[in-house]
Write a protein that binds this ligand. Structure first.
Ligand code: B4P
Length: 190
């Protein structure tokens, strides 16, 4: 199974994607995690990504697209949950192209819906207490919400047009949200 998990920062993408990937026996591919790993290893890619991430901006498409293309070519990516990608219109086109070149397509897109921006901001402020992430300051968190609204929110309905969008209420405990996602995955399994 090949799935996307989408939603605004703080909706619970990364939180839910880990268990979702193991439930489908696929790879958890998080572009945010990949950038942070490169940062930790002080790679050229990590240095470049840091200058954008620290300000809450998106890393340029050509960098992100190349990284995802390479990752999806790995043998363990036959089944996957993509978390945090695509985030721009260009990334949507690129992902379609990557999957077409592999002779495959997405089975489903899970959109975590949390309409209350303050709920999202408060979740991330709470995470900031322990995350050590430079982009988890209140100012950057609020900017990331603006960037999501401007660049990513409008992409979600595109998947509705393809009939593969599944909206999941992201309000409630982590376990409650996980149970709703599991119910969607059951319907996809048929
Ligand atoms: P990400 O790492 O993807 O950051 P995120 O949006 O904060 O999502 P994350 O998965 O970490 O958080 P979650 O909602 O699960 O990206 C970071 C940066 O990398 C971006 O700003 C950008 O610069 C760059 N980047 C990444 N992908 C890119 C791309 N495709 N193109 C360009 N740039 C890209 O969790 C947040 C918090 O909420 C956690 O503390 C969690 O415990 C809590 N939480 C989750 N579910 C909850 C619930 N139900 N109730 C209460 N709290 C909950």
């Amino acid at each position: 199974m090949r799935l996307l998990i989408m939603g605004p920062p703080g909706a619970g993408k990364g939180t839910q994607a880990v268990d979702l990937a193991s439930s489908i026996g696929g790879a958890h591919i998080s572009t945010g995690d990949m950038f942070r790993e490169n940062l930790a290893n002080n790679t050229e890619l990590g240095q470049l990504a840091r200058s954008y991430m620290d300000k809450g901006q998106y890393v340029p498409d050509e960098v992100t697209n190349g990284m995802v293309r390479d990752r999806l070519a790995q043998p363990d990516a036959q089944a996957f949950v993509l978390d945090g990608y695509p985030r721009t219109a260009d990334q949507v086109v690129e992902l379609d192209d990557i999957l077409a070149s592999m002779g495959t397509k997405l089975d489903g897109v899970i959109s975590l819906v949390v309409a209350d921006r303050e709920e999202l901001v408060q979740r991330m402020i709470k995470r900031a207490e322990t995350s050590g992430r430079a982009d988890d300051t209140e100012e950057v968190i609020r900017h990331r919400q603006d960037v999501y609204d401007a660049e990513t929110a409008a992409l979600v309905p595109l998947y509705k047009e393809h009939g593969i969008l599944h909206e999941v209420d992201g309000i409630g405990s982590i376990d409650e949200v996980a149970a709703r996602i599991a119910a969607v995955v059951d319907t996809l399994r048929g």
